[in-house]
Design a protein around this ligand. Structure first.
Ligand SMILES: Nc1ncnc2c1ncn2[C@@H]1O[C@H](COP(=O)(O)OP(=O)(O)O)[C@@H](O)[C@H]1O
Ligand SMILES: NC(=O)OP(=O)(O)O
Length: 314
């Protein structure tokens, strides 16, 4: 069997459900790693990416709470890098154990990844990426008073959440490093939290306070490393049309043209499934030999056995 190069993007539930403690997130990743090792077992070359919305928002709150003149809070770009480090550590640690349990020799290495964005991206003046915890309507007034510069929005009936700018990724600075690691048989963890947003000023990359969508960043990386497959793991086994309606229908294999028609028909929720679909379209349009799979961690075994999941191709 030929080796496939796969970028796998981990959704929120792969790391954090309700309990934001380090122990609970590590326990979730220990389970996640067992699923990911199934790809390695069958010979695929993996590159792992992950989100950081809850974690980076929590980190900013911790920074603000302990901030003094001698111990200042770090800016958002640095906080994104910090979550790449913490989640990367948890992932390496969990994957090391799962690989050893399966008798596999691969090493795992986290790359602190810088992702280029455009300074004139309209997202900088229109914050949309939810980060950190949910607030009730009773809590949000105090939160707004404590942090008057922050923007908060109501999130689909689930409470209020801080939102920050989320510019589109243009380039991944460390893409060649990621590929070199893959060629050396290492499993890289890269573009964590969408990557650290940077803009180029002369020869200097300068951080920008934003959180890039991890599905868009994973797509860009998949393009740049010439991946065969982009797998977006989330909470659902399939993408649906008429989602949550009595006549909902799961999508199995779907073409870019069909997906575009479904977008025009408003089938995918903004801020949840829509960015995944847009990332999928970008990948198959920019890399016509590539495919995208959207499914859940729990369904990985079925995907490997019989192709279960939503498969998107040109
Ligand atoms: N058409 C759709 N088909 C499937 N899921 C959908 C659809 N529209 C919205 N969703 C929701 O989108 C969620 C995935 O988005 P989100 O939770 O933001 O992703 P992540 O796993 O990256 O955190 C699914 O769990 C599902 O509840
Ligand atoms: N950076 C990012 O997209 O994180 P989430 O997937 O956790 O929202």
């Amino acid at each position: 069997m030929t080796k496939r190069k796969i970028v796998v993007a981990l959704g929120g539930n792969a790391i954090l459900a309700d309990d934001a403690s380090a122990a609970a997130q590590q326990a979730a990743l220990a389970e996640t790693a067992k699923y990911l090792v199934q790809f390695v077992k069958q010979g695929d070359q993996l590159i792992i990416s992950h989100g950081n919305g809850p974690q980076v928002g929590n980190l900013l709150l911790q920074q603000a709470a302990g901030s003094t003149a001698k111990n200042p809070a770090m800016p958002l770009d640095t906080a994104v890098a910090m979550t790449q480090g913490s989640i990367g550590y948890w992932l390496e640690n969990a994957m090391d154990k799962a690989l050893a349990d399966a008798g596999l020799p691969q090493d795992v290495a986290t790359i602190v990844t810088q992702v280029a964005v455009a300074d004139d991206d309209p997202a900088f003046s229109d914050p949309s990426k939810p980060i950190g915890p949910f607030y009730t309507s009773a809590e949000i007034t105090a939160e707004r008073q404590a942090h008057p510069d922050n923007v908060y929005v109501e999130d689909a009936g689930r409470g209020y959440r801080r939102v920050v700018p989320s510019p589109k990724p243009i380039d991944v600075k460390e893409a060649n490093v990621v590929n070199a690691l893959v060629d050396a048989g290492v499993i890289p963890v890269a573009v964590g939290g969408g990557g650290v947003p940077v803009v180029k000023v002369g020869n200097q990359l300068v951080g920008r306070e934003a959180v890039i969508d991890k599905d868009f960043a994973s797509e860009k990386l998949a393009e740049l490393v010439h991946a065969d497959l982009l797998i977006i793991l989330t909470a659902v086994d399939h993408v649906f049309v008429n989602f949550n309606q009595p006549d909902q229908k799961q999508l199995t294999t779907v073409t870019a043209a069909e997906l575009t028609a479904y977008i025009q028909d408003d089938q995918f929720a903004k801020g949840s499934m829509l960015p995944k679909i847009q990332a999928a379209l970008d990948f198959v349009n920019n890399r016509p030999s590539g495919q995208v799979v959207i499914t859940s961690l729990a369904n990985v075994g079925n995907f490997l056995e019989n192709g279960s999941g939503t498969i998107i191709r040109q």
